[in-house]
Unconditional design. Sequence first.
Length: 139
Amino acid sequence: MPIVDRLEYPKKYKMSSAILLIAVLIAIGAMLYQKYSNKARAKQIIIHSIGFDEYERNYIRVGYEIENTGKKDQEVALLIRVYDREGGEITSIFFKTNIKAHTREFQSKVIDELNRPLKEGEKPYRATIELRQREFMHY
């Protein structure tokens, strides 16, 4: 039987320090670009007049006005939280919505998955809307 000399597998090559430095600089540049583009995008989206359109024991409809002052249509991610009088969270929902360029429009969102049902005669007290943006290693 013939003897076959095999190469070391896998053959390891050391990465040059210049390539490693370039990769690190590109990664830092990408993180900075994402940070500043998120800030610029947040300045273009304005949320006005949040309120409750209607509510029952098992759902809440939150109405709000949203404005896009930018030049492009945007899809934004929003987080709505609804609180009771004591400050406890009744419900929250994360969703995406589209807004056309240079428009201000009224939108509403029905939240039908509550953390707890509303008590008899209870009203939702306060709602907050957050503009959520993609961050490094998050959403």
